[in-house]
Design a protein around this ligand. Structure first.
Ligand code: ZN
Length: 416
């Protein structure tokens, strides 16, 4: 087992890959990319937003409904699946695709983040993450090897390394440094433990907090390990948006063109679009589905709370022109759901949350689709102006972090 020695970028055995990235276009101004990611369960257009199906189900949606949103790749949580139904059942059934009846792609997290964020008593040692079972309080240990073994049983198309996750807002620089180096050592253990590199793609996770030098060092170490895909982790933990952008920008500049880049835990529309401009390809977040459960619809101008009395007699769709199943008129094969009906449901019935979940996931997928089309046609800067114009109205309302991040990649939203 590895000790606490610093990682080195000594060459390792080359990793097989079960994916292929076809890079179709790069924006001639920003760092945005349009590509197709070929995965074992179908092709995924990038950039992409991936909804989170925590317990092998997107809360409130059947898999047919999830398919109707156009989703080609969703997330499952290893921590939840490992607890229930558990590894023995997953092995017996033949993995999460079969368990769920989902024949498109699945990405699983390592389980580590769930533990550190959900369990107060989780502690990290070189061996792994120690925690107490939420079932019976008995001591348990999640090692890099165990995380990969669970993800091998789940059979997800993309699996994530176990990493040492520290809040970006932590003042303990020494601990952030240690977590970055430990994440590299744990990647080596994950690579060695991975049984099915021919059909499951292991992604490394770049750590290093908000320290750009640590991030650079981590990029160098991770890239040398040649995993099929690369994630930028540890963000969306309450840090300043400006710092978030600097980290993403710094990392993407050091990553190879031919591998997908996944920024973890990002889901607000403005964060996704800035992330794309900074050269990231994949994003995930529970926010669009969680906010649906609070009655919120995500639309180009922001979010609308359907509980608001103003919608009681509004007979239009959630979003004019939206092609999702709930907004599309009945004559066009949709449900033709009105804001008024959602207002009525949102206050009483869970079906309101289901309908909004469908719209919200569809909205983010179609937003990413529009961004992709704009990159392909090399008019992404114009797309940025239109998107932020609709979201914030007046130029002066656009947050300064957005303006600065986009200026850094050659687009000035303040100038027409
Ligand atoms: Zn809709």
């Amino acid at each position: 087992m590895s000790t606490g020695s610093p990682p080195t970028s000594a060459p390792r055995k080359s990793m097989p890959s079960a994916l292929k990235l076809d890079l179709h276009a790069k924006c001639s101004t920003t760092k945005a990319r349009a590509s197709t990611l070929h995965l074992p369960h179908g092709d995924v257009p990038l950039p992409i937003f991936m909804p989170v199906a925590t317990q092998a189900s997107l809360k409130g949606l059947t898999y047919d409904q999830l398919k109707q949103t156009g989703c080609m790749l969703c997330l499952n949580n290893t921590y939840h699946l490992g607890l229930k139904p558990g590894q023995a059942v997953l092995d017996a059934v033949g993995g999460a695709h079969k368990l769920q009846g989902w024949d498109r792609n699945i990405l699983t997290d390592s389980g580590g983040f769930q533990m550190v964020s959900l369990l107060k008593l989780a502690t990290v040692t070189e061996e792994g993450v120690r925690f107490l079972s939420p079932h019976d309080g008995s001591p348990m240990l999640l090692t890099p090897e165990h995380s990969i073994s669970l993800q091998n049983s789940i059979g997800s198309d993309i699996i994530m390394q176990l990493d040492d996750v520290i809040a970006t807002t932590s003042p303990d620089h020494q601990r952030i440094h240690e977590a970055m180096e430990r994440s590299v050592r744990w990647l080596d253990r994950c690579i060695d433990a991975h049984k099915y590199p021919d059909r499951q793609n292991l992604f490394c996770i770049i750590q290093g907090g908000l320290d750009l030098d640590l991030r650079k060092k981590c990029c160098e170490e991770m890239v040398a390990r040649d995993t099929p895909g690369i994630a930028i982790g540890g963000l969306s933990g309450g840090e300043e948006k400006q710092s978030f952008c600097q980290v993403v920008d710094t990392c993407t500049s050091l990553l190879p063109d031919h591998k997908p880049r996944y920024v973890m835990g990002v889901g607000y529309p403005e964060d996704l679009i800035v992330g794309v401009a900074l050269g990231a390809d994949m994003f995930d977040c529970v926010w669009p589905t969680r906010t649906a459960r609070f009655g919120n619809a995500v639309v180009p101008s922001g979010t609308l709370n359907m509980r608001n009395q103003a919608f009681a007699e509004d007979y239009g769709p959630v979003q004019e022109g939206c092609t999702c199943t709930i907004c599309r008129p009945k004559q066009q094969g949709g449900l033709g759901v009105t804001r008024s009906y959602l207002h009525h449901l949102a206050t009483k019935e869970t079906v309101g949350a289901h309908l909004l979940t469908i719209h919200n996931v569809h909205y983010l997928l179609s937003l990413m689709g529009s961004a992709r089309q704009a990159i392909l046609e090399d008019r992404f800067p114009a797309f940025l102006r239109e998107f932020f114009g609709k979201l914030y109205g007046e130029k002066t309302n656009i947050p300064s972090w957005v303006v600065e991040a986009l200026r850094g990649v050659g687009v000035d939203l303040m100038v027409d």
